[in-house]
Design a protein around this ligand. Structure first.
Ligand code: ATP
Ligand code: MG
Length: 159
């Protein structure tokens, strides 16, 4: 089936909200399609992901000896962020019921985190804003550019 999993990178901006509306319309027209709304947090601040674990044993970040300790630090931050994203979405996903999911992911950069989710979730369409929360310069933001550059999955950009 065409478009069985639609990923919507979401930063709460007006363009991202328009993208979500497009994605919802698509999902409503495709009864088996699932929707992943994904917010990404660059992990420089969190010490997560490749940078935080580079050169360390079994992906345990330097300074922590147990993977459980590591996730214990990171997971609450992701959970908290997810609550904010869910609050920001309000009832926007209600119509889709359990076909829609909200994810918060971290990575060395926003783009890296989103690209990883795109790959691991097996999405077959990405619908995203052309611009986001950043200062307006040029016609396309760096996250949109990075996704277009970094994936072979079709990308629909929305104003
Ligand atoms: P820049 O960030 O380069 O200053 P910008 O904020 O105007 O520019 P982008 O950040 O590229 O533009 O935003 C374009 C789209 O990318 C957004 O509408 C949203 O769909 C997605 N996006 C941006 N930041 C995030 C994020 N942290 N998590 C998930 N999606 C994001
Ligand atoms: Mg931005």
């Amino acid at each position: 089936m065409l478009f069985s999993k639609i990923m919507v990178p979401y930063d709460g901006s007006e363009h991202a909200k328009s993208a979500l509306e497009y994605a919802k319309s698509l999902a409503e027209a495709l009864p088996d399609a699932r929707l992943d709304v994904v917010h990404a947090i660059p992990s420089g601040v969190m010490g997560l992901d490749e940078l935080g674990t580079h050169g360390s044993l079994d992906g345990v970040p330097l300074g922590m000896t147990e993977y459980a300790q590591y996730s214990g630090v990171v997971q609450p931050v992701l959970d908290q962020a997810r609550e904010k994203v869910v609050a920001n979405l309000g009832g926007a996903l209600e119509a889709l019921g359990d076909r829609a999911e909200v994810h918060v992911v971290a990575g060395t950069s926003t783009v890296a985190a989103l690209l990883r989710h795109a790959q691991t979730s097996g999405c077959d369409l990405i619908v995203m804003g052309r611009r986001g929360l950043g200062a307006i310069r040029g016609m396309i933001g760096s996250v949109s550019y990075g996704i277009l550059h970094g994936t072979d999955v079709p990308v629909l950009t929305v104003k």
